[in-house]
Design a protein around this ligand. Structure first.
Ligand SMILES: Nc1ncnc2c1ncn2[C@@H]1O[C@H](COP(=O)(O)OP(=O)(O)OP(=O)(O)O)[C@@H](O)[C@H]1O
Ligand SMILES: [Mg+2]
Length: 378
């Protein structure tokens, strides 16, 4: 790779420090130039193939777009992380981003971690005062049915620690603690925390472990997952309602609940005018990013607003899948534009498809609309 070729971001494992750094340091992708049909036609086959490959990559990686959901989450995260600058002997507040799948939790949290990493390195330098590498962020993506030991090992794997293959849960934990202290980690992000084993007894084990992390490590714990509240992560006060025997366990959970701020992410909603305006803003922002020769102002925001809402039910994940696949088809087939007919042929995720029919009927017979009222002329 030459000095001026940007590193490929297609094959990164963000649960390893070097890859995380590559992700954090990478410059923003350059939007390919928008060519007209005539310009496209005039390209020789090789240049056209290259241009189309650029557009494929671009459309597959649109974003992150500054949606209101992302902006709100970032504001809250900055508040919490920056207010957590107490000395190491005080336990820090933790954060849980708890929301349904496909609402942009991972994307938004990664965008925040990227900014945080860059800010810390810019302010404090690449090395700590002891001469160790500085890693402001340790980010772990959990996989199915992870136990405590696997979680501790995953932290060691992030740092490529030589002691990651042998040891007990406690030893792994201690080594992870050492790494975090010497690298001056400030945020420990655990993505897909619902993958941890949360059985009846291991729920307590999980809670205690998270408490240990919050107490012993001078980090802000940032947990991300689906249904964390249902798993009892914040279940304060449950003890009173449960049988007396469960009281001790619930107290342990309550301690985690007390220190944890829960943040939500919501889908786009069109029930009221402000929701419809947000939806329109999102579509206008997307329009700007689409690189198709025949795109026109209002292609998404006017002509496809209802269709896109019905098919995504306001979930950003499903919306982005539709737009990405639609653009790929428009480039490949040469239609160079998104239309109702083209979108009909594009497959989307199962959950959105199930919710679609009901919404489509309401939108079609005019009971519901996704478009805000046009603003009166100035
Ligand atoms: N702000 C954004 N701008 C552009 N695309 C986004 C944005 N947020 C999310 N997406 C897209 O939506 C898809 C789903 O987002 P993401 O994986 O972050 O959701 P999630 O809430 O973490 O889901 P899960 O619970 O399944 O992990 C991704 O493909 C991502 O590219
Ligand atoms: Mg995710």
């Amino acid at each position: 790779m030459t000095a001026d070729t940007p590193p490929s971001l297609g094959n990164l494992a963000l649960s390893r420090k070097e890859d995380f750094k590559t992700f954090a340091d990478a410059p923003r992708r350059q939007q390919p130039e928008l060519l007209s049909r005539a310009q496209l036609k005039a390209l020789d086959p090789q240049t056209r193939a290259k241009y189309n490959r650029l557009r494929r990559e671009w459309h597959a990686n649109l974003g992150p777009i500054k949606t209101p959901q992302l902006t709100d989450l970032h504001e809250d995260l900055w508040d919490i992380v920056d207010s957590n600058l107490q000395d190491g002997d005080k336990a820090k507040g933790a954060v849980a981003v708890d929301a349904f799948p496909g609402l942009g939790k991972t994307t938004s949290v990664l965008a925040f971690l990227r900014e945080f990493h860059r800010r810390e390195i810019a302010e404090h330098g690449e090395l700590t005062s002891q001469g160790h590498e500085r890693w402001p962020v340790c980010r772990i993506g959990l996989t199915g049915n992870t136990g405590m030991k696997d979680l501790n090992r995953a932290m060691l794997e992030f740092f490529e620690h030589p002691g990651k293959s042998r040891g007990t849960t406690v030893q792994f934990g201690r080594r992870a603690l050492d790494c975090m202290l010497s690298c001056e980690v400030r945020v420990l992000a655990l993505d897909d925390l619902h993958f941890l084993k949360w059985g009846k007894t291991s729920g307590i084990e999980v809670s205690n472990h998270l408490k240990w992390i919050a107490n012993e490590l001078p980090v802000t714990l940032l947990m991300v997952g689906v249904g964390l509240a249902d798993k009892g992560l914040f279940s304060e006060g449950e003890a009173a309602r449960n049988s007396a025997g469960a009281e001790f366990e619930d107290e342990a959970m309550a301690q985690t609940g007390r220190r944890t701020t829960r943040l939500d992410m919501r889908p786009f909603r069109i029930k009221n005018e402000s929701g419809r305006k947000e939806w329109r803003q999102m579509l206008l922002a997307l329009e700007q990013r689409i690189v198709l020769a025949d795109k026109y102002p209002g292609m998404l925001a006017d002509d496809l607003s209802d269709d896109l809402y019905a098919r995504s039910t306001g979930h950003i994940g499903s919306l982005m899948t539709l737009i990405n696949r639609g653009c790929q088809r428009a480039v490949r087939g040469g239609s160079e534009c998104l239309s109702r007919d083209l979108l009909k042929k594009v497959k989307n995720d199962e959950a959105s498809e199930r919710a679609r029919l009901q919404l489509e009927r309401a939108l079609e017979n005019g009971r519901l609309t996704s478009r805000p009222k046009p603003s009166p002329p100035a």
